[in-house]
Write a protein that binds this ligand. Structure first.
Ligand SMILES: [Zn+2]
Length: 322
């Protein structure tokens, strides 16, 4: 059988503080807090398993705890604006005071819903391919994740900056799987200098027409050393008012890939950030529901499943034994 794998990168403002201001993107962050309970409702309605890859700092209850955790986490990026510490000036006292940086109540909400996995998006939204940082800094970040005592085994690298030299270390800290990138030159880790216009245009078009393929895969084809790579198949692009005429095509593109995966016992990994749903919430939720309805149909017809990342690892371990 195949499955839809879902992972969400839950980061609040920590994932975007270096690219947006609260003034121009804060609405999306606040909107994500409204979207998360609605996404969870849909997941319950359609019996969907999902991995929530959470930035460690989002777990912190107040600024005192946050500052204590960050004490040992000085990351010498050449581009200093990437550092979480550069953002501390606009961080408030606690979640009541600052909805942009604290998310403990939302994490509790996620944990209340069955089949939701708590994963990690590193502690500080750590950029593994940026100049200046080294493996010893990453190790300290991993240690901070372990200190949260959340029994995390799935990791999503911020900006999809997968550093293959760091995977062995991840294994030592209990991480068994990560989300890799699509196997196409137009995808890959997000590094500003490498994000050329041509790549951006092709990636955009690929949401509506099949340019780079379906990116679904068989269990026996995945890389498993030193930890399991569960590659992305598609980023769920948010609704765009400007491109609304193309929404049908965007939905068809995903549904076709899912059907192909279901028919061929393959896996299709869909991911997004809750803040992508923070604007046009209703439109984004309707779109997600259309996908989940299709998955329901594929469940009945082809025994297609719903997985979070840990389910995939469990299945892999099971298949090794038999
Ligand atoms: Zn992120």
């Amino acid at each position: 059988m195949g499955a839809l794998i879902i992972s969400l990168d839950f980061e609040l403002n920590w994932g975007v503080h270096d690219v947006f201001t609260i003034e121009n993107y804060g609405g999306n962050i606040l909107g994500s807090r409204l979207a998360i309970p609605r996404i969870l409702q849909l997941f319950q309605k359609y019996d969907i398993h999902a991995t929530w890859a959470i930035v460690g700092m989002v777990h912190c209850k107040d600024k005192k705890e946050l500052l204590t955790c960050l004490e040992s986490l000085d990351i010498p990026y050449e581009n200093e604006t990437l550092s979480a510490k550069q953002n501390l000036y606009q961080v408030g006292k606690d979640e009541q005071d600052d909805l942009y940086h604290y998310g403990n109540s939302l994490i509790h909400m996620i944990k209340e819903v069955p089949n939701q996995e708590i994963g990690s998006h590193t502690f500080t939204h750590y950029y593994c391919l940026e100049a200046g940082q080294r493996v010893e800094h990453f190790e300290k970040d991993l240690q901070a994740v372990v200190n949260l005592k959340e029994d995390v085994t799935s990791l999503v690298f911020p900006r999809n900056q997968v550093n293959y030299d760091y995977l062995k270390l991840c294994n030592e800290y209990g991480i068994t799987a990560y989300r890799g990138n699509e196997d196409s030159w137009i995808y890959g880790p997000y590094i500003k200098e490498m994000n050329t216009t041509i790549k951006r245009i092709l990636r955009l078009a690929d949401n509506y027409i099949n340019i780079s393929g379906h990116h679904s895969y068989k269990l026996e084809k995945v890389d498993t050393h030193p930890i399991i790579n569960i590659p992305s198949s598609r980023f769920l692009r948010p609704y765009s008012n400007k491109l609304r005429i193309l929404e049908r095509l965007r939905l068809q593109r995903i549904k076709k890939s899912l059907t192909k995966a279901a028919k061929n016992n393959e896996y299709y990994h869909l991911w997004w950030h809750p803040h992508n749903f923070g604007k046009n919430i209703e439109k984004n939720l309707q779109f997600l529901e259309e996908i989940l309805k299709h998955v329901n149909y594929l469940k009945r017809k082809y025994n297609f499943q719903s997985f979070h990342m840990r389910d995939f690892v469990d299945l892999f371990n099971l298949s090794k034994k038999s």
